[in-house]
Write a protein that binds this ligand. Structure first.
Ligand code: TXA
Ligand code: MG
Length: 359
C-alpha cells in the first residue's frame, strides 16, 4: 500500500489475463486466495465484470462499498458456483425458485430470496432478503469454486458509471483501489442480469436484464414488472434509484417514428455543434449511413440493427465509455424497440439519459 500526495492509500492492482474458456488455474488460485484473505478481485461474468469479495466476511464486503463509492443502502448480489449452494444462503426456497434455477442457472438471472441469518446483513444492506445468482462464465465459476465461499459482487465500476464489459474498463474505474482484476476479454451479454423477486405474492422483475420477461413468463406464468423498472418511480431494488450507467456527457434519448427521430437528432446535432459542444451520435445500423452523409458527426457509433437488441445491449456500455474517452459533451442516442433484451437496453438508456424526447 502506498500513501499518495492527496493522502489516499493506493494499492497496486494486479492485472491477470486469462483465457475465457480455459482459465489458467494458477491465476485463478492466486485470486481465490485474495478472496479468502478478505481482498477484492474483479472478475468477468457473462453479463458484466463484477467486483468480488467473500460474502460471509463483513469487513471484506465493506471494502466493496468503499472501493466503488457505493451507497450503503444498495444491496449486493451473491454469486455461487453450484446451484445447490442457494440453500446455504436462503432461509427457504419460495414457489417457482426451483423451476427458475433449473431453467436459467447458470446464467444472467438473479433471484431475490428470503435471507438466511448466516448471510451478513451488510450484503443485503439490512434487508431480510438476499439476491443470488449462479453465473455462467467459466472464469467466474472457477474463481468461486476455488475460493470455496460465496462471492458478493456488484458490477465493477465506480458507483453511477456504466458497468464494465472489459478488464480495461475495470482498471480505469478501480485501478489502485482493488487487489486484482481477472481479465478474460469482453463480456457476452453486456448488460447486467435480470433481477426477479420471489418474496412477493406475484414474482416481480425489479431490473430487466439478460433473461427476458417473455422467458420468465413461460416458466412462472404471471410475472409483474416493478414500476421503477419501467418508469422511474420509487424502486424496490434499492440500486435502481441512483443515477446510473451515466457517461460524462449529457445523454439525450430520442424515441418514436424512425424518420422523425432522424430529423430531430440532425437538428439537435446542428444546434449543439453550432454552440461548440463536442457531440456524439449513437444510432441503429440502418440510419448510420444517412448520419454520415448528412452530418459527418465528430463521433458516430453504431449499436447494430434495430431488430437485434441483444447486439445493441452488448455494445452499449463500451459505446458510452468510448464517448467519454473521446470527450463527448453531448450524446444523441436513438431509442430501440423494447422487445426481448430491448427492455433491458432501454431501461439502461433511460437511466443514463438526462433528457428524453418521444414522438
Ligand atoms: O449481472 C449482474 O447482475 C452483475 C454481475 C457482476 O453479476 N452484477 C450487478 O450487481 O449488476 P449490481 O450491484 O451492480 O446490481 C445489483 C442490483 C441492484 O439494483 C440492487 O439494488 C439489486 O440488484 N439487489 C441486490 N440485492 C437485492 C435485494 N435483496 N432486494 C432487492 N434488490 C436487490
Ligand atoms: Mg451496478
Amino acid at each position: 500500500m502506498v500513501l499518495c500526495w492527496n493522502g489516499v492509500f493506493k494499492i497496486k492492482t494486479k492485472l491477470l489475463k486469462v483465457h475465457a474458456q480455459v482459465p489458467d488455474i494458477q491465476k485463478i488460485s492466486q485470486c481465490a486466495q485474495i478472496i479468502q484473505s478478505g481482498g477484492l478481485v474483479a472478475f468477468p461474468t457473462e453479463t458484466v465484470y463484477g467486483l468480488g469479495a467473500n460474502a460471509m466476511d463483513q469487513e471484506a464486503v465493506a471494502g466493496i462499498f468503499r472501493a466503488k463509492g457505493r451507497p450503503a443502502d444498495n444491496p449486493l448480489i451473491v454469486h455461487i458456483g453450484r446451484a445447490a449452494e442457494v440453500k446455504y444462503l436462503s432461509a427457504y426456497l419460495p414457489a417457482g425458485a426451483a423451476d427458475l434455477i433449473k431453467k436459467f442457472w447458470p446464467g444472467p438471472l438473479t433471484i431475490v430470496l428470503p435471507r438466511h441469518p448466516r448471510v451478513p446483513k451488510i450484503v443485503s444492506a439490512g434487508l431480510d432478503t438476499v439476491a443470488v445468482r449462479m453465473p455462467q462464465h467459466p472464469v467466474a465459476l472457477a474463481l468461486i469454486k476455488t475460493a470455496r465461499v460465496p462471492i458478493a459482487a456488484p458490477s465493477a465500476n465506480r458507483s453511477g458509471k456504466p458497468s464494465p464489459t472489459t478488464g480495461n474498463h475495470v482498471l480505469k474505474d478501480l485501478g489502485g483501489k482493488i487487489d486484482a482484476v481477472l481479465d478474460a476479454g469482453r463480456c457476452d451479454v453486456g448488460v447486467e442480469s435480470t433481477v426477479i423477486d420471489l418474496t412477493t405474492d406475484i414474482p416481480t422483475v425489479l431490473r430487466p436484464g439478460g433473461v427476458t420477461l417473455e422467458q420468465l413468463r413461460e416458466v412462472l406464468g404471471e410475472v409483474e414488472v416493478d414500476a421503477a423498472a419501467r418508469t422511474g418511480e420509487a424502486p424496490r431494488a434499492p440500486g435502481m434509484k441512483y443515477a446510473h450507467y451515466a457517461p460524462e456527457g449529457e445523454l439525450v434519448l430520442v424515441e418514436g417514428d424512425a424518420q422523425r427521430v432522424f430529423e430531430h437528432i440532425k437538428e439537435l446535432y446542428r444546434q449543439n455543434n453550432e454552440q461548440g459542444y463536442k457531440t456524439a451520435v449513437l444510432a441503429a445500423e440502418e440510419s448510420l449511413f444517412r448520419y454520415r452523409q448528412e452530418l459527418q458527426p465528430d463521433i458516430l457509433i453504431s449499436l447494430g440493427a434495430r431488430s437485434t437488441p441483444e447486439i445493441a445491449a452488448n455494445k452499449l456500455y463500451g459505446a458510452l465509455r468510448s464517448c467519454d474517452t473521446k470527450g463527448a459533451e453531448v450524446i444523441l442516442c436513438e431509442a430501440f424497440p423494447r422487445e426481448g433484451v430491448g427492455m433491458a437496453l432501454m431501461n439502461r438508456l433511460e437511466k443514463a439519459a438526462r433528457r428524453r424526447i418521444s414522438f
